[in-house]
Every structure is written in structure tokens, then in C-alpha cells.
Design a protein. Structure first.
Length: 350
């Protein structure tokens, strides 16, 4: 082995450190490394170097030491989605090298360059996870499954923040449905959550449970003035402490009346234009519908009457035409009387 080739192998092991760790937790990556050892190296690298190379590679990939632990970039753990992205990126680049059929020193150089790029790629994925997907809850307690790079073990991590997730104002008209929505955007991604409990909060700081359900919404149909007041929604967790608490201040407005229509000078603005209401816009929908139905019946009756009169007229004309034809045939016969035979013979002799 050339001295430069030995240095390349040492550099290869050092660069596998940051690219490994969490990436080595992937079964697909471990399978790809076994294929590299059993299928590719025998025909592309001297047999005397196989054992030394693979031992150093596997040892390096199990020891995540060179990527600094920082709160904003890496904390030694990632989620499964980030692991899958990093693993597929490494496997794709490794397959590109093996498909190129490079051998010996050139193979090590290609692998060395690929691993250096994969180190940067993994650092980018880890920082993205840390910024966007790690403990996304702004309030409450979220339970998130993480993969710890040092042991490849999956553990549930509790993202603990204040359980008070604020208050919401709800206005509903009398005899309509009241809907209290207690779901936050991270609830479905969290583990270890149980039921949503809805309570009615009374003026003396006492509470009474209204409902307990797996659905995050409470719907009360046809509310009345007695339903106005303060409500509390509590999302339970496996450790018995509430994951989130949300308060609702409900106001019941008067029943909607048919007289609640825009006046003649009301302007309704839409997307990019505005329309002024006409006098017809203040009419009741029932009256407008009735007027249209009456008009439709009137015109239908008029058309039917005209059709009947037209049919009667046509019938009379046909009957008159038949009578005139019969009369005409009779008068023709009278105009040509039969001539006696004697007179006819005299006319010939003359």
C-alpha cells in the first residue's frame, strides 16, 4: 500500500464520525455497509485492507463525537423523519460511487469526498429539525419520540411549557349551535395524550364537567341565554397532569331576525369590487320567490290559452276548406249538362 493511500484511509475514518452516529441507527445504512463489504470491496480493493477499513468505518459510524452539541443546531437526538432523510441521502451517494465501478485509491478518494458532503448535509438536517420540529408546542406539554444518536434508542421526550394556552372569545346567536374547538396544531403529532374534558365554570369558581371525549370539539345545539358564560377545556395526558388548558368566554347574542337585512345605502365589499344594494335587496326572499312563481304561472296560462285559440282557429279553417271543396265539385257538374243524342247528331251533320 502506498503511504498516500494509508493516509486516505485514516482520513476516511475521521470523516465517518460526523456522518455516522444517528445515520448508523438506520437499518438501511447498515445493510448498505454490509453490501459494500461483501459485494464491492472484494473486486475493488486489495483483500489485505478489507478488515482494517471496515473495522475503522464501523467504529467511527457508531461514535458521534465530531458534531458539536448546540441548542440551536444539534442536541444529540433527532426524529425518525430526519433520520430517514439523512439515511437516504447517504445511501444514494454511496450507490452512485459503487455504480461508477471505481477501484483502489480512486474509490477511497470518491468515498472521502462523498462523506465530507454528507457531514454537511446531516448537520443541515439536524439544524432544521432542531429549529422546526423539535418541541413545536408554544404552550402545554408535548410528548415527542426521539432517536438518541449515542444509543440508537427511541425514547419519549417531554416538551414541557406552561399548560395555560390562553382564552378564546366565542359569540353565538340564540337557537344556533355553539362549537368550542380545543385542538392545537401539535396535538396530533404528540404522544401520550388522552381525552378532552370540557367544564362549565361558574361564578363561585366551581366547575361542572360537561363532556369528556376523544374529539377536540364540543358542540351544543340551539343554545339559549343560559348557555352564556365561561368554559374550560383540559387535554389529559398519560401522566395524569393536563397537557393543555384553554378557556372560552361564550356570549349568546339575540336570535337572528328576518328584519336584519342591509339598508338601501349599505355597501357590500367583495374581492376587488363593491356593489351598492338596490331596493330589491331589502325584499324578503319568500316574497321574491312567491312573486316569481305567480309570474311564471301567469305566463304559462297565457301561452296555454293562445295555443287553444290557435288550435280552434286552425280547425275551423280546415272544416271550411273541406266544405268549399265539396260545393265546388257540385257546381261543376251543373255547368256541363248532358246533350241529347239527336241534337248532337244534327250538330255533326251541319
Amino acid at each position: 500500500m502506498k503511504p498516500s493511500f494509508a493516509l486516505l484511509l485514516a482520513a476516511l475514518a475521521s470523516y465517518l464520525l460526523p456522518a455516522g452516529g444517528c445515520v448508523m441507527c438506520s437499518p438501511l445504512v447498515r445493510t448498505a455497509l454490509r453490501s459494500l463489504k461483501d459485494d464491492y470491496l472484494p473486486d475493488h480493493l486489495d483483500v489485505q485492507h478489507h478488515k482494517n477499513v471496515m473495522e475503522r468505518v464501523e467504529q467511527a459510524m457508531h461514535d458521534f463525537k465530531n458534531l458539536p452539541l448546540e441548542e440551536d443546531s444539534f442536541m444529540g437526538a433527532i426524529d425518525e423523519a430526519t433520520l430517514n432523510k439523512a439515511s437516504w441521502s447517504l445511501i444514494k451517494d454511496l450507490k452512485r460511487i459503487t455504480d461508477s465501478n471505481v477501484k483502489g485509491e480512486l474509490f477511497v478518494k470518491e468515498l472521502f469526498w462523498m462523506l465530507r458532503l454528507q457531514k454537511e448535509t446531516f448537520a443541515t438536517y439536524a439544524a432544521q429539525f432542531q429549529k422546526e420540529a423539535y418541541c413545536p408546542n408554544k404552550c402545554g406539554t408535548m410528548f415527542q419520540t426521539l432517536i438518541w444518536c449515542s444509543t440508537c434508542q427511541k425514547e419519549i421526550h417531554a416538551c414541557r411549557k406552561s399548560s395555560d394556552c390562553g382564552e378564546r372569545t366565542v359569540e353565538v346567536h340564540e337557537m344556533e349551535d355553539m362549537i368550542l374547538d380545543c385542538e392545537l396544531n401539535w396535538h396530533r403529532a404528540s404522544e401520550g395524550l388522552s381525552h378532552y374534558k370540557f367544564y362549565r365554570v361558574w361564578g363561585n369558581n366551581t366547575e361542572s364537567m360537561v363532556s369528556m371525549r376523544t374529539a377536540p370539539t364540543l358542540t351544543k345545539p340551539m343554545v339559549g341565554p343560559e348557555d352564556a358564560g365561561r368554559y374550560r377545556c383540559e387535554l389529559g395526558s398519560v401522566n395524569s397532569s393536563p397537557a393543555t388548558i384553554i378557556y372560552f368566554n361564550v356570549t349568546v347574542l339575540p336570535k337572528r331576525g328576518e328584519e336584519e337585512k342591509p339598508s338601501s345605502n349599505t355597501v357590500t365589499q367583495g374581492k376587488g369590487n363593491s356593489e351598492s344594494s338596490t331596493p330589491f335587496s331589502s325584499q324578503k326572499p319568500d316574497n321574491v320567490l312567491k312573486g316569481r312563481l305567480v309570474g311564471l304561472l301567469f305566463w304559462a296560462s297565457l301561452v296555454l290559452l293562445v295555443s287553444v285559440l290557435f288550435a280552434i282557429l286552425c280547425r275551423r279553417k280546415v272544416v271550411g276548406f273541406k266544405k268549399s271543396s265539396v260545393v265546388g265539385l257540385g257546381s261543376g257538374a251543373a255547368e256541363h249538362p248532358r246533350v241529347p243524342k239527336e241534337k248532337a247528331k244534327n250538330r255533326r251533320t251541319q
